[in-house]
Every structure is written in structure tokens, then in C-alpha cells.
Design a protein around this ligand. Structure first.
Ligand code: SAH
Ligand code: SF4
Length: 395
């Protein structure tokens, strides 16, 4: 393990790079050459490969920056090659994941290559159906560590003459609890002089950090905002998304509604369907009542099975009748097929495997507690527990 202090090159703004080039006594066009080498087709990972630069400048670059911050990326392929899951090691040994999904052209829609990337190592929110939640919080990712996941995928695609078309912040971590770095990463991904992916092709998903949503609203449209709901009733959402104990569902939806009104962009709500837990008629009705009349879209996602929970995906007919209740209320709704189950593509599953499974008695205790908690929630009883530690009130 190293104590790496050199910043990642891809985390620099154009001005910061230009300033560095000046301190090296080099002409300004060198900044453009370095940027081209960093970004074109995912860029290079070794300064030695930047043949356009004089040797001394290549050495200075290697001394002052890391050209890549995600290492030893291990790939697992699933869905007949349509899903590629990468496990990346960071310089301090933390493990994070990104998932590249290929969607072949269909009818009028062109082929897409979507990357799901991580914003934190682990997550402090602790949603019990999520493998990352089970891991707990490691640390915030640096801007370059976020961006380098996209460069890694872009390099792999470039070998086939293809480009990344969409990015979703739906891997490990809660992006709105690392918002400064996520915003800087989105700026780099969006900048035509750097990664160059249009803002409309970037989606950031949050479990409901209300001050973060309000801060984004004040900034104006930056990307598509997705909000993970999973329950419309506080008692149940307290269990499924523990952040709900700090920012209850009505406050989350209020903030999302303001975001849609101010930015003119539709909000996307994510709802993971968990059999017998959040898929009842009562839940469908509560969700329909909550969102009726909103400029919103609901994605229903069958839960990916995670080892430490007693839960499974809702059966498809249940998901279909849940969707019908929403559509009858005039709410646009899509049922999503989950990708990459065979490689554990639900967020954090590969890293959780690496961290080692918890011992059987701990898993049994956890399952038992979740069964009791969800049963109480279904009766409408709210949790007494406070919101998870480390989840501050800041955005
Ligand atoms: N922390 C953010 C973004 C990362 S999670 C958030 O929660 O929105 C991305 C999405 O994956 C969320 O909607 C989350 O609820 C969903 N997810 C997590 N574990 C899952 C599982 N086991 N099955 C299906 N979806 C899951
Ligand atoms: Fe964190 Fe999102 Fe997983 Fe919840 S679902 S634990 S917020 S990564």
C-alpha cells in the first residue's frame, strides 16, 4: 500500500493544467498536447506514451501527477458479453466497481454503451438490500478516481472503435454526499475539451440527500437526477433507506419536484421491487398518491439478490400490477430488467465478495432483524433508530 500524494491528472481543470505548464517554463500549447493525451479515446496511463512532449516534460509530469488512479482492474463478463463488470483497486487499497453495459441498436434507437460508476468506496447510508450498504463507508473518491473509471471504459471501447454514450452514477456510494467531487467530475466528463459527453447523457442517482438536491437546483440543470425511493411510506422507507429518518420521503419528493420545476428536467424515480416487502397494493397506491401530477418517471427494478438479506425480487406479475396502478394514476412507468446478475452487478457485490463474507451467525442475525423491522414497517410502525452516523446534514 502506498501513501500516494500526487493528484490524478484527469482531476485538473484546463486552467490548473495551463498554470502547471507555465510553472515548468513551457509554452501554452503543451497544455493542449497533455490534455489530448489524457482524454482522446480514454487517454494514456503512462507519461512515456506522450510522444509529442519533450522528455523533461514527460518526467516532470510523472513526478507531479498520476496519469491513472484506478489499477489492476479485473473484468468479469456476463449476459453473453453485453455486461462487463470491473473491480478497480485504488492507491490505498480500497476496491471500487464500475459496470459497462452494451445495448445493441433496436428499431429507431442507436446502440448505446452505458457506464455505471462509483462515487465513493463503500457507502454510509446502509440500505439493507444493497451490497454496498452492507460494506459500510470507506472514503470519498477523488475527482480523478471518478473520472478515471470512465477513461478506463472508454479505452476498452476504443479498441473496437466505439465510444461511451451514457454515464450513470449508480455504482458504489451516495454521490450527493461527495457532491463537490461529483460536480467536478461531471464538469470534466461534460467538457467538450475533455471527456466530451453531453449533460443529457449523464444521470446521477441519490438516495434522497435533500440539501444536496436543493444545491443542485440552485445550480440549474447539470445532468438528469434520479431519486431512489423504494417506498412511499415513511415507516417502510426508514428501514429500506435509513437516510429517510433524517429526510423523510415527503421532503425528498418536495425537493425533487422543485428541481424538476426549476430545471425543466423530468425526475427519474428508482423503485427496487422486493417481494412481499414494498410491492403490496397499499404501496402502489401510496406511490401513486405521492407522485400524481408530477413531471416524473418511475423505473421499477426487480431486486438483485444479495446474500445478507432474507429478501428476493418481486414476481413479475406483481411488478406488472404495481406498474398498472401507477399508470392508471397517469404516472409514466417502466419495468427494468436487471443486468449482470451472474457477475453480481447490483452495486458493490464484487467488492463485498472480496471483503469476505460475514460469518454465518452474523448473517442469520441480520436477516432476522430485517424480517422483524420490515414486518413492523408493513404494520405502519416507524423506526426509533436515528439516521446512520457519518451522514451529515450538509449536501
Ligand atoms: N447511492 C445512490 C446511487 C448508487 S445505488 C442511490 O442509492 O441512489 C444505485 C441504485 O441501485 C439505487 O437505486 C439502488 O437502490 C439500487 N440497488 C442497490 N442494491 C440493489 C439490489 N440488490 N437490487 C436492485 N437494485 C439495487
Ligand atoms: Fe448507498 Fe445507494 Fe447502496 Fe443505499 S442503495 S447503501 S445509498 S449505494
Amino acid at each position: 500500500m502506498t501513501t500516494e500524494t500526487r493528484p490524478g491528472l484527469s482531476g485538473l481543470t484546463a486552467d490548473e493544467l495551463a498554470a502547471w505548464v507555465t510553472t515548468q517554463g513551457e509554452p501554452s500549447f503543451r497544455a493542449r498536447q497533455i490534455a489530448d493525451a489524457t482524454w482522446k479515446d480514454g487517454g494514456v496511463t503512462d507519461p512515456g506514451e506522450i510522444r509529442t512532449l519533450p522528455g523533461a516534460l514527460r518526467e516532470a509530469l510523472a513526478r507531479d501527477f498520476r496519469l491513472d488512479t484506478v489499477h489492476d482492474s479485473e473484468l468479469r463478463i456476463a449476459d453473453g458479453g453485453l455486461t462487463e463488470k470491473a473491480l478497480h483497486r485504488l492507491d490505498d487499497g480500497q476496491l471500487i466497481e464500475s459496470v459497462l453495459m452494451h445495448y445493441p441498436a433496436r428499431g429507431a434507437s442507436r446502440e448505446r454503451h452505458t457506464l455505471c460508476l462509483s462515487s465513493q468506496a463503500g457507502c454510509a447510508v446502509g440500505c439493507p438490500f444493497c451490497a454496498t450498504g452492507e460494506l459500510g463507508f470507506g472514503r470519498d473518491l477523488e475527482t480523478a478516481e471518478i473520472v478515471d473509471q470512465a477513461r478506463h471504459a472508454a479505452r476498452r471501447l476504443a479498441t473496437d472503435g466505439k465510444r461511451l454514450t451514457n454515464i450513470v452514477f449508480m455504482g458504489m456510494g451516495e454521490p450527493l454526499l461527495n457532491l463537490d467531487r461529483v460536480l467536478a467530475a461531471v464538469e470534466a466528463l461534460n467538457d467538450p475539451q475533455r471527456f466530451g459527453l453531453g449533460a443529457r447523457h449523464i444521470t446521477v442517482s441519490t438516495s434522497g440527500v435533500v440539501p444536496g438536491i436543493r444545491r443542485l437546483t440552485a445550480l440549474g440543470p447539470q445532468f438528469t437526477l434520479a431519486v431512489s425511493l423504494h417506498a412511499a411510506r415513511d415507516a417502510l422507507r426508514d428501514v429500506l433507506v435509513p437516510l429517510n429518518r433524517r429526510w423523510p420521503v415527503a421532503e425528498v419528493v418536495d425537493a425533487a419536484r422543485d428541481h424538476a420545476r426549476v430545471t425543466g428536467r423530468r425526475i427519474s424515480y428508482e423503485y427496487t421491487m422486493i417481494g412481499g416487502v414494498n410491492d403490496t397494493d397499499l404501496d402502489a397506491q401510496a406511490l401513486a398518491d405521492l407522485l400524481r401530477g408530477d413531471h416524473a418517471h418511475v423505473n421499477l427494478i426487480p431486486m438483485n439478490q444479495v446474500a445478507h438479506t432474507p429478501w428476493q425480487a418481486s414476481p413479475m406479475p406483481v411488478i406488472e400490477s404495481f406498474a398498472a396502478v401507477l399508470m392508471d394514476a397517469g404516472i409514466s412507468t417502466t419495468i427494468r430488467r436487471n443486468r449482470g446478475q451472474e457477475v453480481g452487478a447490483a452495486c458493490g457485490q464484487l467488492a463485498a465478495e472480496r471483503a469476505g463474507e460475514p460469518p454465518a451467525p452474523a448473517v442469520a442475525r441480520r436477516r432476522e432483524r430485517l424480517e422483524l423491522e420490515s414486518a413492523a414497517a408493513l404494520r405502519g410502525e416507524r423506526s426509533e433508530e436515528p439516521a446512520p452516523a457519518m451522514v451529515g446534514s450538509e449536501g
